[in-house]
Write a protein that binds this ligand. Structure first.
Ligand SMILES: Cc1ncc(COP(=O)(O)O)c(C=O)c1O
Length: 397
């Protein structure tokens, strides 16, 4: 089906289609003496006396005008997102939210009627899609990834059949590279889903996209001009090293971005967050992000994976290894994946050896798996040594 089959009127909930968004005087006038928003003209509490020496941050408070509400749309930050992701048509195709987690929540809220509609997910996948669906009383249709060959690619025919055969499904949620799979989804598969005749939204969560090997592919953000039903999510929490500022970036059609903007709380993204994001997305910030992402990917490929595979009870490193983590399978003495041993190793490392990884053995297709984040070179050496010691202690104990 052609890309134009996406029908915004069918996908956006009627209450959101008719929503009268919150407006403030600042939308029309932002210059002069501003007494329209009940802010405090004396400034932050820690610098109420003019000229008084304050804490370190008082200079920043002045420069950033922290006593004012933030810019609700962050257009200058969005402009910089266009530099990060070439091929995105305009700032009107970019949405900013309080981390991807808020973007996920808003996408569900604008598309799915509680108690009636559903999202489609492809397990094993990021846990928040299901949590957000439950919070919003929205159904979840599961079409597992192909796990038998360890590739964790899409079962494209099954995804299309489940989505097109069920009118309740409003959103297909893909994750590329996947969490916990680390697998970058193939472009031909993503395009097939987009061209399948499913008239709803296809979200591709690209939280880890900057760690993808160049030969594997690149962000699908460049396709949003081509497919109005595509919505790509990214975050400052991973490659930019800014999980603390809580900034999620959504890239989609102007229409979908418009409905997200109308629905979000107007000042959800803070001035501090916008200011740090501006810096991180500057030319210098982008260079630094790319340098660090490449170095983490090199640590993953040249040190962590080969060293993990040398450990006696690590049976395999599975998935695509396109993210800043690896998924390794712990096996028993007979070489069978063992979630029991993986869980015991995880607990032993966290409680007795001061090193925390993630147990993923309960996820579909991830029997016996631990997910290990690629850290600094020292941290990577520590995780290999600690895992070796924990495995030895448990295998012999
Ligand atoms: C696939 C995926 N999407 C989104 C997020 C959350 O991102 P944010 O920190 O922007 O809320 C995570 C966090 O681990 C993730 O793994």
């Amino acid at each position: 089906m052609p890309a134009s089959s996406f029908d915004i009127k069918r996908i956006i909930r009627p209450n959101i289609l008719g929503l009268e968004p919150y407006r403030c005087a600042r939308d029309d006038y932002s210059e002069g003496i501003l007494l329209d928003a009940n802010e405090n003209s004396y400034g932050p509490a820690f610098q109420t006396e003019a000229g008084e020496e304050g804490p370190v941050c008082s200079g920043a408070a002045d420069a950033l005008q922290l006593h004012r509400y933030p810019d609700p749309l962050g257009r200058d930050v969005k402009q910089r997102v266009l530099q990060l992701r070439p091929g995105v048509p305009s700032v009107d195709n970019v949405f900013l939210g309080v981390g991807s987690d808020e973007v996920i929540d808003l996408l569900v809220r604008i598309t799915c009627a509680p108690g009636r509609d559903a999202i489609l997910i492809t397990p094993p996948t990021y846990g928040m899609y299901k949590v957000v669906a439950s919070v919003n009383d929205v159904g979840v249709v599961k079409v597992p990834l192909v796990v038998e060959d360890g590739s964790f690619q899409l079962d494209v025919d099954a995804v299309i059949a489940a989505a097109t055969g069920n009118p309740a499904v409003k959103v297909i949620w893909l994750c590329s590279p996947g969490n916990p799979t680390g697998t970058f989804l193939r472009e031909e598969d993503v395009r097939r889903v987009l061209e399948s005749g499913f008239g709803g939204l296809v979200v591709v969560d690209e939280a880890y996209v900057d760690f993808v090997r160049p030969e594997r592919g690149q962000s699908y953000a460049r396709l949003v001009g081509e497919y109005p039903g595509l919505f790509v999510m990214q975050t400052m929490s991973k490659s930019f090293g800014l999980a603390g500022i809580r900034l999620g970036v959504g890239i989609g059609s102007r229409e979908v971005v418009g409905y997200l903007n109308r629905t979000k709380a107007p000042y959800s993204v803070s001035t501090l967050t916008l200011s740090v994001a501006r810096e991180a997305l500057s030319d210098r910030g982008l260079q630094q992000m790319r340098r660090v992402a490449q170095s983490l990917a090199a640590q993953r490929d040249e040190y962590l994976i080969p060293e993990l595979l040398r450990l006696p009870r690590v049976g395999a490193v599975i998935g695509g290894n396109d993210a800043n983590f690896v998924l390794c399978r712990i096996v028993d003495g007979a070489g069978r994946p063992s979630s029991e041993l993986a869980k015991a190793v995880y607990t032993e490392m966290a409680e007795n050896r001061g090193l925390v990884v993630r147990f993923r053995g309960a996820d579909y297709g991830c029997e016996g798996c631990l997910r290990i984040t690629v850290g600094t070179a020292d941290e990577n050496r520590a995780v290999v040594a600690t895992l070796r010691a924990a495995l030895e202690a448990l295998a012999t104990g």
